[in-house]
Design a binder for this molecule. Structure first.
Ligand code: UD1
Length: 437
């Protein structure tokens, strides 16, 4: 795994040809790992991606007292039989916001939990008020103490089911509250729930553990609370954002990629949009796509939305694509504030992008030129890699630890299909690194 100062060097201009296999979805694996805290029995998860956020989540589970065995690289056997600590410490939460997913399971099973307020990607303020309001509806007392969220169940130690209306669609909020509801007394209904495939995957795991969750994938989810949950075995769904990123890579480089082990039905909104701007995406079979871009790209507007709309996690990659399209595109980001940080780096590579609040206007096509750029968050880093693949001359991307949080061996996968990309591993530092991770 990377150090904080690793870099990517990319020489652009090579079309990508060949086959690439998609890894398990990080955003599904993280809540499923947290769900293992709901039972003293063993939860076995397959197809876990080898990325940094998973290592962080594993450390969190181990700090809490769970044992995590990995008989194979992508299989985790998690047993939370002897939980001694009911908290997620700041050192872990600050690097990964999804650590807050420990809160719901700990509160539901043990009646108490403490989690430091989250950090993660620098994309807007990203509060967790909706998670906390949900726990309060379950009768928990939630307090903020010295930067920590401290939650306690009612005096009998058990949460009470509730009707919860989210006033904004939240993915991890839905997951956290859904996990807590599995052990609550009575039947909970979640309204305006997130509908992402990762929610459905988590619900599938919970039901295998003995929970009674209905309606996951729709905006109303019902959870009938049970006394206890047991062990289960589950395979994590493929990563739809990694899939989308490789579709864009094939189109941008005018190559031909076969993308296998994916679930095209999980990214229909993205595929539809990419087809409408000229990307040829053929479904070879239910888990394989073939991508080419024979007739060039044309401009197309897009607005990010919660699933099944166009994913905000594909916005940065789409922006790079539009720099190569004929005409003017408008990209409107509605899910997060401050999620255009990649734009200034792309401008330094020659892209014509004008940002106005939540709207980005991209004029294309423009020739991109290699530059020294800095990755600012996970998906922004992916967009810089994509830009580097088509830029004239060499691109040097700093702070690739962001990309290592969520893409499994991206440089190895790209190199295997013809990209000229290498990781420059920084020498071991003797002086302390003062920059926060
Ligand atoms: C998840 C994904 C992330 C993706 C995002 C949106 C994981 C681990 N991460 O993040 O990759 O970009 O969904 O698809 O699954 N909000 C509040 N209060 C809350 C919670 C959220 O106001 O309590 C706001 C956020 O600031 C944001 C919007 O709701 O504007 C959506 O956020 P949310 O869906 O919660 O994102 P995450 O679950 O953090």
């Amino acid at each position: 795994m990377s150090t904080i100062v690793d870099k990517f060097r990319i020489s652009g201009g090579r079309p990508l040809h060949g086959r690439v296999s998609i890894s398990g979805a990080k955003n599904s694996a993280l809540p499923c790992m947290a769900a293992a805290l709901l039972t003293p029995e063993t939860v076995t998860l397959h197809n876990i991606p080898y990325v940094r956020d998973i290592i962080t989540q594993r450390r969190l589970l181990e700090d809490i007292g769970a044992t995590v065995l990995t008989p194979e690289l992508r299989t985790h056997k998690i047993t939370a039989a002897h939980v001694e600590l009911f908290e997620a410490p700041y050192e872990l939460v600050k690097t990964m916001r999804a650590s807050v997913l420990a809160l719901g399971p700990l509160l539901a099973r043990f009646g108490k939990a403490k989690v430091s307020l989250p950090g993660g990607c620098a994309i807007g303020t990203r509060p967790i008020d909706l998670h906390l309001a949900g726990f309060e509806k379950f009768g928990a007392e939630v307090k903020l103490e010295s930067g920590n969220v401290v939650a306690r169940a009612p005096s009998d130690g058990r949460l009470r089911a509730a009707d919860i209306h989210f006033n904004k669609v939240t993915v991890t909020g839905t997951e956290n509250v859904m996990m807590a509801a599995t052990l609550a007394r009575g039947t909970t209904t979640l309204h305006n729930a997130a509908r992402e495939p990762e929610i459905v995957d988590l619900a599938d795991l919970l039901n295998k553990m003995g929970a009674r969750v209905n309606g996951a994938g729709s905006e109303t989810i019902q959870i009938e609370g049970v006394e206890s949950l047991g062990g289960a075995e589950h395979t994590i769904i493929p990563d739809r954002i990694e899939t989308g990123t490789f579709i864009v890579a094939a189109a941008l480089t005018q190559g031909r990629l076969e993308i296998k082990d994916c679930r095209p039905d999980h990214l229909e909104g993205v595929i539809e949009k990419l087809r409408s701007v000229g990307v040829m995406i053929k479904e070879v079979n239910p888990t394989t796509l073939e991508v080419t871009c024979p007739d060039g790209l044309k401009a197309g507007n897009v607005t990010t939305e919660p699933y099944p709309g166009f994913a905000t996690d594909m916005q940065a990659q789409y922006m790079v694509l539009m720099t190569q399209a004929q005409g003017r595109s408008e990209i409107i980001e509605t899910v997060f504030e401050n999620r255009f940080m990649h734009a200034s780096e792309l401008q330094r590579m020659g892209a014509q992008i004008h940002i106005d609040g939540r709207s980005a206007i991209v004029d294309g096509p423009t020739m991109l030129t290699g530059a020294r750029v800095i990755a600012s968050d996970l998906r922004a880093s992916a967009s810089l890699v994509l830009a580097g693949l088509i830029a004239k001359d060499e691109t040097l991307i700093d702070r690739v630890y962001h990309i290592d949080r969520g893409y499994e061996k991206i440089e190895a996968k790209l190199r295997a299909v013809g990209a000229d990309i290498e990781r420059i591993i920084a020498p071991v530092m003797t002086a302390p690194i003062l920059e926060p991770v």
